[in-house]
Ligand binder design. Structure first.
Ligand SMILES: NC(=O)c1ccc[n+]([C@@H]2O[C@H](COP(=O)([O-])OP(=O)(O)OC[C@H]3O[C@@H](n4cnc5c(N)ncnc54)[C@H](OP(=O)(O)O)[C@@H]3O)[C@@H](O)[C@H]2O)c1
Length: 287
């Protein structure tokens, strides 16, 4: 829809930025809700990030998203940062306040929680320990969300033990124990689990498959894959065959966009089947 001189503007900074799905996501919502606004890709090299972020208020931007490689560096430039972004050490959303300050947040935590709530509404933190595979950026958001939900024990399995130990040291709380396990033990630690989350890139298109024996996993355990290309990963297909409730990764991607859109454009957007279809079409053949 055409925009006017009064249009609200937001965007996404990345380097490169051309791979980002966020313009398609926010563009869908802008059209859906008939909003006089625009969401634009902003190719910003790392050495100009501070300059670009500080220019947002002067340019009248409502804010922006951040993608690779800016998610960590931007933290130091914000005037305020939410507790999740602080503990995770990465942020993806900037809101410009009316007085021109920059507020940073991490909405991947919200995205994971909302997607889980939508696709596995019966899951409870009391169902049993969580098993998380992977210790990268996605794992940090997932683990922060599981801690916030009240999970008492998280079994963290990663190829590189030092990455897992660092994550556990950064995120463990008095209420939530994070135990670190070698990659070779990934099948054994499934015993008694209430939820299993794959946050590694294994199973993604053009990556090796995730080799995991699910026999020890209770059939009641929720299985989540945050990989979303393909939508039905090998892990989800195997879990579905044995009757586990399954949650795909597309919803996390879509839900993480909601807080930013609401702050910038003044409408709380919904994740609908039509949005999922539109985004699946943009993902087809990509990774
Ligand atoms: N749905 C969503 O909204 C969402 C959000 C974030 C990420 N994701 C997806 O999650 C996946 C990971 O993203 P990320 O940002 O967390 O990446 P990342 O920070 O690079 O972390 C990658 C993780 O995968 C592990 N890994 C990679 N190759 C492996 C292998 N061959 N064997 C065992 N482990 C391996 C890494 O282990 P090491 O520590 O040993 O390197 C690390 O734990 C990607 O597919 C991404 O698209 C989805």
């Amino acid at each position: 829809m055409p925009i006017t001189g009064a249009a609200r503007i937001a965007g996404i900074m990345g380097w490169p930025v051309s791979h980002s799905r966020s313009p398609a996501l926010h563009g869908f919502w802008l059209a859906e809700y008939g909003i006089d606004g625009a969401y634009v890709p902003l190719a910003v090299p790392p050495d100009r990030l501070e300059q670009a972020l500080r220019a947002l208020p002067a340019l009248g931007f409502r804010g922006c998203n951040l993608t690779i490689p800016h998610k960590q560096a931007a933290l130091k430039i914000m005037d305020r940062v939410d507790p999740f972004a602080r503990s995770i050490g990465a942020m993806n959303t900037v809101v410009v306040t009316p007085d021109g300050e920059l507020e940073g947040s991490n909405t991947d935590v919200f995205g994971f929680r909302e997607n889980l709530r939508e696709q596995a509404p019966a899951w409870r933190a009391s169902a049993g320990p969580a098993v998380v595979l992977g210790a990268g950026g996605g794992a940090r958001a997932v683990i922060a969300a599981l801690i916030a939900a009240g999970v008492g024990e998280i079994r963290l399995v990663n190829r590189s033990p030092d990455h897992a130990e660092a994550l556990a040291g950064d995120l463990a709380t008095p209420e939530t124990r994070i135990t670190v396990h070698p990659w070779q033990q990934r099948a054994e630690v499934l015993a008694g689990a209430g939820i299993l989350v794959n946050t590694t890139s294994l199973g993604m298109d053009k990556e090796p498959p995730l080799d995991l024996d699910l026999r020890a996993l209770p059939e009641s355990a929720v299985v989540v894959d945050i990989v979303y290309v393909p939508l039905e990963t090998g892990l989800l297909a195997a879990a579905r065959r044995r009757g586990n409730p399954c949650v795909d990764g597309l919803g996390m991607l879509l839900h993480q966009g909601r807080p930013g859109f609401a702050a910038w454009f003044g409408v709380a957007p919904e994740v609908t089947p039509a949005l999922r279809q539109a985004m699946l079409a943009t993902l087809a053949g990509s990774r």
